[in-house]
Design a protein around this ligand. Structure first.
Ligand SMILES: *Cc1c(COP(=O)(O)O)cnc(C)c1O
Length: 353
């Protein structure tokens, strides 16, 4: 049973932050650079790093629905959490500026770094430029607990606050990537290509979950999407992604049902259909790996495209490893979702020098 995704998505308030579909590009120079190691796989990039607002990135798709919800509730202030170099925090600041809302960021020290590049450059530099109030928390602080405390204080001062969780990964936020799945399926038809796999990084799971929910809603298997976890252990990331996929599908199904469609239902995917690979995280979240450094350099030199050191660099390293090992069928088309995060490169100067 599938869901009428377009009409279901229209039931949710959305605050436009993108200017239209992001391009899909064939990575022909990369394929040539890989040569025989490409094993006959055709590689493509979905340019979700290519957006006009705040440097762009995957969080803007979630923020369209999160800010839609926030504005529907009459909020004048957005509070969110993340690490010091969180792209989600930076894009929340940019989206709040666009929407005319105040923004406060509760940022934890989750990566073992205390040098000036990490503390002050990259996303941290941009957060302040974008007008956000930045609270850099001490080592070991619980960012969500600090955020809840801050929300209470702001509300006592008369503000109407919307709290977005880590990575914006609620079922409402994941709707942004269900919409992206639909966009990819439309682009497939226009290009005359069927992507055997859509590959993406997994941090707070909303991007994978939204894409998987969008595929399932369209009657396709959730195995069309594969992610590489960069934050949680494989089992934890897999379970979180599965739960969020099911919750996003339930939300879409209810909206479709309200709309009067007969079909407002789609079965939650089986656990084994949520493909989360743990091979690329390395020692910890935000800690560079040799494979990430190689992947970032290779895509930059061969295509002029910038991955990020924390998420897409590790996920792209995973895709390269799978292609080189022949784990994608020869002649298949594989789409990598570039999720943005290039400002993070400036915070990782020591790793790239
Ligand atoms: C947040 C982020 C991701 C991961 O997305 P989730 O929805 O949190 O899993 C991937 N790439 C970049 C650049 C990000 O900022």
């Amino acid at each position: 049973m599938s869901i009428d995704l377009s009409s279901a998505l229209q039931r949710f308030p959305r605050y436009a932050l993108l200017d239209g579909p992001t391009p899909i590009q064939r990575l022909a120079r990369l394929e040539a650079a890989l040569g025989a190691a490409a094993n006959g796989v055709r590689l493509y990039a979905k340019r979700d790093d290519h957006m006009a607002l705040g440097g762009g990135g995957n969080k803007l798709r979630k923020l369209e629905f999160l800010l839609g919800e926030a504005r529907g509730q009459g909020a004048d202030t957005v509070v969110t959490v993340g690490g010091l170099q969180s792209n989600h925090a930076r894009l929340t600041a940019a989206a709040a500026a666009r929407a005319g809302m105040a923004c406060e960021l509760m940022l934890g020290r989750v990566v073992p770094r205390a040098d000036a590049d990490y503390e002050e450059n990259g996303n941290m530099l941009l957060n302040r430029l974008l007008g956000a109030t930045v609270h850099a928390l001490p080592v070991g602080a619980d960012a969500m607990a600090a955020a809840l405390e801050r929300v209470r204080a702001l509300e006592l001062a008369g503000r109407r606050v919307y709290l977005a969780p880590l990575g914006g990964s609620t079922p409402v936020g994941a709707l942004g990537y269900a919409a992206c799945a639909q966009e990819i399926l439309e682009q497939e038809r226009a290009l005359g290509v069927t992507f055997a796999r859509v590959v993406v990084a997994n941090g707070s799971a909303g991007t994978h979950a939204g894409l998987a929910a969008g595929m399932v809603a369209a009657g396709l298997p959730a195995t069309r999407v594969q992610s590489f976890t960069t934050l949680a252990d494989t089992e934890v990331a897999q379970a979180k992604t599965r739960d969020l996929t099911a919750a996003t599908l339930a939300l879409l199904g209810r909206a479709d049902g309200e709309h009067g469609a007969a079909t407002g239902e789609a079965a939650a995917p089986a656990p084994n259909d949520i493909l989360v690979d743990g091979s690329q995280r390395g020692p910890a979240y935000g800690v560079p790996t040799p494979a990430m450094l190689e992947a970032v350099g290779l895509l930059a030199r061969s295509e002029g495209l910038l991955l990020d050191p924390v998420y897409s660099g590790k996920a792209f390293a995973g895709l390269l490893a799978d292609v080189r090992a022949g784990r994608h069928a020869p002649g298949s088309d594989v789409l990598f979702v570039m999720t943005g995060g290039a400002p993070g490169l400036y915070a990782y100067k020591p790793a790239f020098q």
